[in-house]
Design a protein around this ligand. Structure first.
Ligand code: NAP
Length: 299
């Protein structure tokens, strides 16, 4: 149980509702800021305004998955009012407070450092990235289905990178009956792909692979689908770039060649906010319970 733990949730989208609900169910004292337009009633929570005193008693400050921008602006799907995280708010947090987010922007990192606050970036963690790869893969496949007039079954699919996202995506495509090739750069990944029944190739040989491709998925966060690669690709091919912005595709040249190329960020929050929120909530709760246990062992 999280009895006595004071959690302040500042803004966010539908994913945050899972965090709020699960923490409240475990008896945490949950205060929310930036949810004034929320129609759903979540029992046992308190709606607050953005004032220093909200921060002063927080054990945990939960920010949206994307934290805030470089001016401190926090996005909220459930408020018409702008929410701006200020230096004074962060300075008002008690020293022991943990700041919890998906991925922090430099602005937030600096403020945490300045105030000696512990910052937890949950999307950094392997287990979270792995769980998140499931809605990401499903979202990528939903886009592929929407953007094509052929089945994934029997199609020629290439997945670039078989890290956490690429691996799950390749496996899901395979499950749908696609012929899956994967672009990798390490010999151990040749073995891993072979065991999985995918055809591996080195990304340095990508140009030789794209002559016959229906769907090209990228998870490599660097420019990899260059103009040179695109110039050899069939026009009917569709590229779905999952890598973080700006992605790994020369979108300008793809457009010029008439190849459909889409950058698809933030899929878990778009296609499965409930699942994605649940993943984040579970991570936060695990962290708080672990801290609680560690304190109990010490005392
Ligand atoms: P990851 O586990 O680190 O996997 C990245 C893969 O890219 C690894 O296979 C890595 O190979 C490969 N790679 C990196 N640089 C390379 C290079 N220069 N040449 C060849 N291969 C290279 O990361 P992830 O969690 O799968 O995430 C991948 C990307 O997707 C990130 O940009 C992440 O932010 C993004 N993402 C997007 C969504 C979405 O909704 N669109 C959701 C989750 C993640 P090695 O193992 O050899 O290093």
């Amino acid at each position: 149980m999280l009895t006595g733990v004071r959690i302040v949730v500042l803004g966010g989208d539908a994913r945050q509702l899972e965090v709020i609900q699960k923490c409240a169910e475990l008896d945490a004292t949950v205060s929310v800021v930036g949810f004034d337009q929320l129609e759903q009633v979540i029992p046992g929570i308190e709606h607050r305004e953005l004032k220093d005193e909200v921060f002063a008693s927080a054990d945990v400050l939960v920010l949206p998955v994307v934290s805030c921008d470089d001016q401190g602006k926090v996005s909220s799907s459930f408020s018409g009012e702008p929410i701006v995280l200020k230096k004074e708010h962060m300075a008002a947090l008690p020293e022991h407070c943990t700041v919890f987010t998906g991925m922090a922007k430099p602005f937030l990192r600096e403020l945490c450092e300045e105030n000696g606050l512990r910052l937890v970036e949950v999307l950094d963690r392997d287990d979270i990235a792995l769980y998140n790869s499931i809605p990401t893969a499903e979202g990528a496949i939903a886009i592929a289905i929407k953007e094509t007039d052929f089945t994934i079954h029997g199609s020629e699919c290439i997945v670039l990178g078989i890290g956490r996202t690429g691996f799950t995506l390749a496996k899901t495509l395979q499950g749908l009956g696609a012929n899956v090739r994967v672009g990798i750069r390490r010999n151990e990944d040749v073995a891993r792909a072979t065991i999985m029944g995918w055809k591996p190739f080195m990304t340095t040989d990508l140009a030789a692979q794209t002559g016959e491709v229906d769907l090209l998925f990228n998870t490599i966060p660097t420019m990899i689908i260059t103009a040179q690669i695109l110039s050899r690709m069939p026009q009917k091919a569709v590229i779905i770039d999952l890598a973080s912005a700006p992605g790994g595709c020369d979108f300008r040249y793809a457009d010029k060649r008439g190849i459909k190329a889409l950058l698809a960020p933030g899929l878990p929050g778009i296609v499965a906010p409930k699942t994605a929120g649940g993943i984040i909530a579970d991570a936060l709760i695990r962290l708080l319970l672990e801290e609680q246990n560690a304190r109990e062992v010490k005392s």
